[in-house]
Write a protein that binds this ligand. Sequence first.
Ligand code: UDP
Ligand code: MG
Length: 305
Amino acid sequence: MLLSLIVPVYNEEKNLSLFFERSHKVLESLLIPFEIIFINDGSKDESLALIKSFSKNYDSIRFIDLSRNFGHQIAVSAGLDYAKGDIVCIIDADLQDPPELIRVMLDKLKKGYEVVYAKRKTRQGESVFKTWTAKMFYRILSRLTTIEIPLDSGDFRLFDKKVLDVIRQMPEKNKFLRGQIAWAGFEQTYVEYDRDARHAGETGYNFRKMLRLALDGITSFSNAPLKLVTYFGVIVSVFAFIATLFVLYSIYVIKSFVPGWGSLLISILFIGGVQMIAIGIIGEYLSRMNQNLLNRPLYVVREKN
Ligand code: UDP
Ligand code: MG
């Protein structure tokens, strides 16, 4: 039974040594064969050199060096493609996900579960804005989708080869792994933990990347935004119909019609706004369909061992 630990790395030179020390110690204590796969996602610092030095000293350390920064979800996907394990664990390199929790997760898996995810009880060292938007996002997403995507959990999770095979077969380019794993089904459970602040360095998830992940999650697992457009359209049309009746009534019955440029302006702006939102939402889906049609490789590997 081989365990593969998947570690995406983007500018983590200050964390890698301690991460390696802690995770290696935990994995050795589990007394099962393991491999650690570091995916260097176009880091601009010394991360790659560090990873290479680990892999020189230990046979169990593998690395994949991507040709540029493809983003966290794609880096993890690359790791999943190359993992040989019967059990796979995805973990961050910044020590926000404590490697020591792997032991607890493995114990749960051995009880017959096929996916064990780690649920964040508290989050430390992250801005109020980030914690709040993340919290809102998970709640909105869960209302929009029919599949049950666990609340307040990232990609820190342990799962069985059966699940891995399903994920590998999923062809979408806009990866939202936590959703895909939920979609796959199987017996799932969780362990709770307090999420630490990152050990050192800065987050690689800027606002733009967070927004993209959120949109990928919503568009991959829900058509609700498209339906919303239709509802909006219906509501606006009903208003327009009532307004028309009112105008006719004022002109022909009470004959006190004051030409109102104000109401005209407002209604035009309102309809224009609704239409633009509608087109924008359709555009989000279209651009994702286009990316899938292009069928480009998800990532490019420069070097691996
Ligand atoms: N990461 C990555 N590519 C990116 C951004 C981040 O591989 O473009 C890695 C990063 O090195 C870390 C994990 O993904 O191991 C989580 O990223 P981060 O800690 O920056 O995100 P946060 O915890 O702030 O959401
Ligand atoms: Mg982090």
